[in-house]
Ligand binder design. Sequence first.
Ligand code: TMP
Ligand code: ASP
Length: 236
Amino acid sequence: MRRLKKLYEGKAKIVYETEDPNKVILFFKDTASAFDGVKRAEIKGKGEINNTISSILFEILERKGVRTHYVEKVSEREMLVWRAERFPVEVVVRNLAAGSIVKRIGIEEGTEFKRPLVEFFMKNDQLHDPMVCEDHIVLLGLAPEEAIPIMKETALKVNEILRDVFSKAGIKLVDFKLEFGRLPDGSVGVVDEITPDSMRLWDERTGEKLDKDRFRFDLGDLLEGYRKVLEGLQSP
Ligand code: TMP
Ligand code: ASP
Protein backbone atom coordinates (compact mmCIF):
# COMPACT_ATOMS: atom_id res chain seq x y z
CA MET A 1 0.00 0.00 0.00
CA ARG A 2 1.50 3.34 -1.12
CA ARG A 3 1.24 6.52 0.88
CA LEU A 4 -0.54 9.45 -0.73
CA LYS A 5 -1.46 12.87 0.70
CA LYS A 6 -0.26 13.89 4.17
CA LEU A 7 -3.28 14.19 6.47
CA TYR A 8 -1.71 15.18 9.76
CA GLU A 9 1.71 15.60 11.34
CA GLY A 10 2.21 15.05 15.05
CA LYS A 11 5.32 15.19 17.23
CA ALA A 12 6.39 11.61 16.62
CA LYS A 13 4.38 10.45 13.58
CA ILE A 14 2.89 11.55 10.27
CA VAL A 15 -0.43 10.21 8.99
CA TYR A 16 -0.86 9.65 5.24
CA GLU A 17 -3.87 8.80 3.12
CA THR A 18 -3.73 5.59 1.07
CA GLU A 19 -5.69 4.34 -1.94
CA ASP A 20 -8.12 2.76 0.52
CA PRO A 21 -10.30 5.45 2.15
CA ASN A 22 -10.63 3.29 5.27
CA LYS A 23 -6.91 2.84 5.85
CA VAL A 24 -4.05 5.25 6.59
CA ILE A 25 -0.30 4.90 6.94
CA LEU A 26 1.48 5.96 10.12
CA PHE A 27 5.05 7.09 9.44
CA PHE A 28 7.26 6.95 12.55
CA LYS A 29 9.60 9.96 12.74
CA ASP A 30 13.00 10.09 14.41
CA THR A 31 11.87 12.97 16.64
CA ALA A 32 11.87 12.56 20.41
CA SER A 33 9.66 15.04 22.25
CA ALA A 34 8.89 15.56 25.91
CA PHE A 35 7.11 18.01 28.20
CA ASP A 36 4.51 18.89 25.52
CA GLY A 37 7.14 19.45 22.88
CA VAL A 38 9.32 21.80 24.95
CA LYS A 39 12.23 19.35 24.78
CA ARG A 40 12.92 17.91 21.34
CA ALA A 41 15.69 16.03 19.55
CA GLU A 42 16.27 14.03 16.40
CA ILE A 43 17.39 10.53 17.27
CA LYS A 44 18.36 8.59 14.18
CA GLY A 45 16.79 5.14 14.22
CA LYS A 46 14.05 5.89 16.74
CA GLY A 47 11.26 5.78 14.14
CA GLU A 48 12.30 2.38 12.90
CA ILE A 49 12.62 0.79 16.33
CA ASN A 50 9.31 2.26 17.55
CA ASN A 51 7.47 1.01 14.47
CA THR A 52 8.91 -2.46 15.08
CA ILE A 53 8.05 -2.53 18.79
CA SER A 54 4.55 -1.14 18.20
CA SER A 55 3.88 -3.70 15.44
CA ILE A 56 4.98 -6.61 17.63
CA LEU A 57 2.77 -5.42 20.51
CA PHE A 58 -0.28 -4.74 18.32
CA GLU A 59 0.09 -8.20 16.77
CA ILE A 60 0.14 -9.78 20.23
CA LEU A 61 -2.95 -7.80 21.29
CA GLU A 62 -4.86 -8.68 18.10
CA ARG A 63 -4.05 -12.37 18.63
CA LYS A 64 -5.47 -12.09 22.15
CA GLY A 65 -8.71 -10.59 20.82
CA VAL A 66 -8.12 -6.91 21.60
CA ARG A 67 -9.69 -4.64 18.97
CA THR A 68 -7.05 -2.26 17.57
CA HIS A 69 -6.45 -0.16 14.45
CA TYR A 70 -3.45 -2.30 13.44
CA VAL A 71 -3.44 -3.84 9.96
CA GLU A 72 0.23 -4.53 9.16
CA LYS A 73 3.78 -3.20 9.20
CA VAL A 74 4.44 -2.10 5.62
CA SER A 75 8.04 -0.89 5.82
CA GLU A 76 10.75 -0.07 8.35
CA ARG A 77 9.04 3.15 9.38
CA GLU A 78 5.48 2.66 8.14
CA MET A 79 2.49 0.91 9.64
CA LEU A 80 -0.85 0.45 7.88
CA VAL A 81 -3.82 1.02 10.18
CA TRP A 82 -7.60 1.37 9.99
CA ARG A 83 -8.61 4.99 9.73
CA ALA A 84 -10.17 5.97 13.06
CA GLU A 85 -12.00 8.89 14.55
CA ARG A 86 -9.63 9.45 17.45
CA PHE A 87 -10.98 10.50 20.86
CA PRO A 88 -8.88 13.28 22.47
CA VAL A 89 -8.39 11.21 25.61
CA GLU A 90 -5.29 9.49 26.99
CA VAL A 91 -5.96 6.41 29.08
CA VAL A 92 -3.13 5.64 31.49
CA VAL A 93 -2.75 2.37 33.41
CA ARG A 94 -0.32 2.28 36.32
CA ASN A 95 1.05 -0.79 38.12
CA LEU A 96 3.74 1.10 40.04
CA ALA A 97 3.89 4.78 40.94
CA ALA A 98 6.10 6.87 38.64
CA GLY A 99 5.91 10.11 36.70
CA SER A 100 3.08 12.58 37.19
CA ILE A 101 1.29 10.65 39.95
CA VAL A 102 4.37 10.86 42.18
CA LYS A 103 4.12 14.66 42.21
CA ARG A 104 0.34 14.88 42.06
CA ILE A 105 -0.44 12.80 45.12
CA GLY A 106 2.93 12.63 46.87
CA ILE A 107 3.46 8.89 46.58
CA GLU A 108 6.96 7.43 46.47
CA GLU A 109 8.28 6.32 43.08
CA GLY A 110 8.17 2.54 42.76
CA THR A 111 5.24 2.03 45.16
CA GLU A 112 3.20 -0.90 43.91
CA PHE A 113 -0.56 -0.43 43.61
CA LYS A 114 -2.76 -3.22 45.04
CA ARG A 115 -4.47 -3.38 41.67
CA PRO A 116 -3.84 -1.52 38.39
CA LEU A 117 -4.91 2.10 38.48
CA VAL A 118 -6.67 3.66 35.47
CA GLU A 119 -6.60 7.42 34.84
CA PHE A 120 -7.96 9.59 32.03
CA PHE A 121 -6.31 12.72 30.62
CA MET A 122 -7.57 15.20 28.05
CA LYS A 123 -5.24 15.29 25.05
CA ASN A 124 -4.38 18.97 24.81
CA ASP A 125 -0.77 20.24 24.79
CA GLN A 126 -1.77 23.89 25.46
CA LEU A 127 -3.50 22.78 28.67
CA HIS A 128 -0.69 20.26 29.41
CA ASP A 129 -3.01 17.24 29.15
CA PRO A 130 -5.09 17.82 32.30
CA MET A 131 -6.44 14.84 34.20
CA VAL A 132 -10.18 14.38 33.66
CA CYS A 133 -12.85 12.14 35.20
CA GLU A 134 -15.51 10.12 33.40
CA ASP A 135 -18.08 12.92 33.77
CA HIS A 136 -15.68 15.39 32.15
CA ILE A 137 -15.27 13.04 29.21
CA VAL A 138 -19.04 12.79 28.70
CA LEU A 139 -19.97 16.41 29.42
CA LEU A 140 -17.14 17.89 27.35
CA GLY A 141 -17.93 15.41 24.56
CA LEU A 142 -14.37 14.03 24.48
CA ALA A 143 -15.65 10.51 23.80
CA PRO A 144 -19.07 8.87 23.61
CA GLU A 145 -20.40 7.68 26.96
CA GLU A 146 -20.59 4.05 25.89
CA ALA A 147 -16.88 4.13 25.01
CA ILE A 148 -15.79 4.83 28.60
CA PRO A 149 -16.26 1.32 30.06
CA ILE A 150 -14.84 -0.15 26.85
CA MET A 151 -11.71 2.02 27.16
CA LYS A 152 -11.29 1.11 30.81
CA GLU A 153 -11.83 -2.63 30.39
CA THR A 154 -9.66 -2.77 27.28
CA ALA A 155 -6.85 -0.84 28.98
CA LEU A 156 -6.91 -3.30 31.90
CA LYS A 157 -6.90 -6.27 29.52
CA VAL A 158 -3.98 -4.75 27.58
CA ASN A 159 -2.19 -4.30 30.91
CA GLU A 160 -2.62 -7.99 31.78
CA ILE A 161 -1.32 -9.06 28.37
CA LEU A 162 1.63 -6.67 28.21
CA ARG A 163 2.65 -7.20 31.83
CA ASP A 164 2.98 -10.88 31.04
CA VAL A 165 4.87 -10.28 27.78
CA PHE A 166 7.38 -7.94 29.43
CA SER A 167 7.73 -10.05 32.55
CA LYS A 168 8.92 -12.95 30.35
CA ALA A 169 11.58 -10.55 29.02
CA GLY A 170 12.70 -9.59 32.56
CA ILE A 171 11.10 -6.15 32.25
CA LYS A 172 8.61 -4.52 34.62
CA LEU A 173 5.66 -2.72 33.00
CA VAL A 174 5.38 0.31 35.29
CA ASP A 175 2.72 2.25 33.36
CA PHE A 176 1.55 3.07 29.85
CA LYS A 177 -0.77 5.30 27.86
CA LEU A 178 -3.32 4.18 25.29
CA GLU A 179 -5.49 6.14 22.90
CA PHE A 180 -8.81 4.96 21.50
CA GLY A 181 -11.00 5.77 18.55
CA ARG A 182 -13.99 4.70 16.46
CA LEU A 183 -12.87 2.27 13.76
CA PRO A 184 -14.51 2.07 10.30
CA ASP A 185 -16.71 -0.87 11.40
CA GLY A 186 -18.14 1.25 14.24
CA SER A 187 -16.28 -0.50 17.05
CA VAL A 188 -14.10 1.25 19.63
CA GLY A 189 -10.47 0.15 19.43
CA VAL A 190 -6.93 0.98 20.48
CA VAL A 191 -5.27 3.47 18.11
CA ASP A 192 -1.97 5.40 17.96
CA GLU A 193 1.19 3.59 19.09
CA ILE A 194 2.42 1.34 21.89
CA THR A 195 6.13 2.05 22.27
CA PRO A 196 8.69 2.96 24.96
CA ASP A 197 7.66 6.57 24.21
CA SER A 198 4.28 5.84 25.76
CA MET A 199 5.24 3.33 28.47
CA ARG A 200 7.54 3.09 31.46
CA LEU A 201 9.64 -0.06 31.45
CA TRP A 202 12.18 -0.94 34.12
CA ASP A 203 14.75 -3.73 34.00
CA GLU A 204 13.53 -6.16 36.69
CA ARG A 205 17.05 -7.04 37.84
CA THR A 206 18.87 -3.71 37.73
CA GLY A 207 15.99 -1.23 37.87
CA GLU A 208 17.41 0.50 34.79
CA LYS A 209 14.84 2.69 33.01
CA LEU A 210 14.49 1.57 29.40
CA ASP A 211 11.85 4.05 28.18
CA LYS A 212 11.49 7.73 27.22
CA ASP A 213 12.36 8.85 30.77
CA ARG A 214 15.95 8.36 29.53
CA PHE A 215 15.35 11.29 27.19
CA ARG A 216 13.11 13.32 29.53
CA PHE A 217 15.66 13.28 32.36
CA ASP A 218 18.94 12.66 30.46
CA LEU A 219 19.42 9.21 31.99
CA GLY A 220 21.41 7.74 29.10
CA ASP A 221 21.28 6.85 25.44
CA LEU A 222 17.63 6.53 24.42
CA LEU A 223 18.04 3.89 21.74
CA GLU A 224 20.17 1.67 23.96
CA GLY A 225 17.13 1.31 26.23
CA TYR A 226 14.70 0.82 23.32
CA ARG A 227 17.00 -1.83 21.82
CA LYS A 228 16.95 -3.77 25.10
CA VAL A 229 13.14 -3.65 25.02
CA LEU A 230 13.06 -4.93 21.42
CA GLU A 231 15.59 -7.68 22.18
CA GLY A 232 13.45 -8.73 25.14
CA LEU A 233 10.39 -8.97 22.91
CA GLN A 234 12.24 -10.93 20.23
CA SER A 235 13.90 -13.47 22.53
CA PRO A 236 11.91 -16.72 22.69
P1 TMP B 1 2.68 10.43 33.40
O1 TMP B 1 3.24 9.74 34.58
O2 TMP B 1 3.54 11.55 32.89
O3 TMP B 1 1.25 10.85 33.59
O4 TMP B 1 2.68 9.35 32.22
C1 TMP B 1 2.02 8.12 32.33
C2 TMP B 1 2.35 7.25 31.13
O5 TMP B 1 1.86 7.84 29.94
C3 TMP B 1 3.83 7.05 30.91
O6 TMP B 1 4.05 5.71 30.54
C4 TMP B 1 4.19 7.96 29.77
C5 TMP B 1 2.91 8.08 29.00
N1 TMP B 1 2.69 9.40 28.43
C6 TMP B 1 2.47 9.51 27.08
O7 TMP B 1 2.49 8.54 26.34
N2 TMP B 1 2.23 10.76 26.57
C7 TMP B 1 2.19 11.88 27.33
O8 TMP B 1 1.95 12.97 26.80
C8 TMP B 1 2.42 11.74 28.73
C9 TMP B 1 2.40 12.93 29.63
C10 TMP B 1 2.65 10.48 29.23
N1 ASP C 1 4.30 13.21 24.73
C1 ASP C 1 4.49 14.53 25.26
C2 ASP C 1 5.43 15.32 24.36
O1 ASP C 1 5.87 14.81 23.39
C3 ASP C 1 4.92 14.55 26.70
C4 ASP C 1 5.83 13.48 27.21
O2 ASP C 1 5.75 12.35 26.77
O3 ASP C 1 6.61 13.76 28.14
O4 ASP C 1 5.74 16.46 24.57
